[in-house]
Design a binder for this molecule. Structure first.
Ligand code: SF4
Ligand code: SF4
Length: 308
């Protein structure tokens, strides 16, 4: 492939690899590689490096990519997963509400998210619950490491925080290679195979909602959730960003996010903002609601309310 001004300006490492002739090397060395690489690990890695952006792939190319992801999971984790790519749901715009009167800080949502989304067993997850003692009113001063079995001072409350799926997301604007974007159903996603790991998006997010895989995620075969999706909970490699996707692999197939299902208090309400008879719309129209850091104009699609 010859380098055009467009490819020279494209900062993607895959463009660079193609321009540097790795594809040619791959083709000419294919017979030798097959002998030295019977499980196809090297070939799969090269194919992933050379793969194009998710939004420019044909359905056939995406199917090949999904099969490659399934092979890699079996090779690396000894687990047979199914990787799908459910499209955005037509005529739906997802939203989320949290009833702060009901949250008891039990962190069942945190555990359920880790399990469902194949989050590394080391490091923090994509959902946080902050303990807010009296007088504490900002995200930055909430306590993450509180003991859920020790009573908090009277007047304390709990604030669950994850990606707010902003309608004008600062993270998307910050990404230099368009590895993250907002889908038509309102979910902000990341193409893990296109992310170059620069972490600009994490710096731009005002909600501390993004998490970088500094190490190869540690996943136990016994605990991997095998139903996965490309933009959702498939096992991620080291060196890429991830975040909550409102369980895109579930919610695009008519199920609830794992955090909502796991919450014993019923504090979490996920739904379709375009459904005039839905619970979410009822809350937005009848409760006193607020959003986090509204003054930053990221237009979060997560609302908070209380029963009072
Ligand atoms: Fe992006 Fe952060 Fe908004 Fe999520 S909460 S969409 S990561 S800016
Ligand atoms: Fe884009 Fe974030 Fe990945 Fe950088 S780390 S490429 S900003 S998604």
């Amino acid at each position: 492939m010859s380098q055009t001004p467009e490819t020279l300006l494209d900062p993607s490492r895959r463009r660079w690899l193609q321009g540097a002739g790795v594809a040619v090397t791959t083709v000419s060395a294919a017979p030798l590689m097959a002998l030295a690489d019977p499980e196809g690990a090297v070939a799969d890695t090269l194919e992933t490096l050379l793969q194009t952006h998710y939004r420019r792939m044909s359905r056939t190319e995406i199917q090949e990519v999904l099969h490659r992801i399934e092979r890699r999971a079996e090779r690396e984790h000894g687990v047979r997963i199914r990787c799908q790519d459910p499209p955005p749901v037509t005529g739906v715009r997802f939203g989320f509400a949290v009833n702060l009167s009901k949250c008891k800080g039990l962190r069942h949502c945190v555990t359920a998210c880790r399990q469902e989304n194949n989050v590394s067993m080391q490091g923090s997850g994509n959902v946080r619950v902050l303990a807010m003692p009296p007088g504490v009113r900002t995200l930055e001063s909430g306590e993450v490491e509180y003991d859920a079995h020790t009573p908090m001072p009277p007047g304390s409350w709990f604030l669950p925080v994850q990606c707010q799926q902003c309608a004008d997301p600062a993270c998307v604007r910050a990404c230099p290679v368009e590895a993250t974007w907002r889908e038509p159903d309102g979910i902000v996603v990341i193409d893990y195979d296109w992310c170059i790991g620069c972490r600009y998006c994490a710096a731009a997010c005002p909600y501390w909602a993004r998490r970088f895989n500094w190490q190869k995620p540690h996943l136990s075969a016994a605990h991997i959730t095998p139903e996965t999706s490309y933009l959702g909970n498939r096992p991620r490699p080291v060196g890429v960003m991830e975040k909550c996707t409102w369980c895109i692999q579930r919610t695009r197939q008519g199920r609830m996010p794992a955090c909502q299902e796991a919450c014993p208090s019923g504090a979490r309400i996920f739904g379709d903002l375009l459904d005039p008879g839905g619970e979410l719309r009822h809350i937005l129209e009848h409760k006193t609601i607020f959003r986090l850091k509204e003054e930053l104009h990221t237009d979060p699609q997560t609302w908070y309310f209380t029963d009072v």
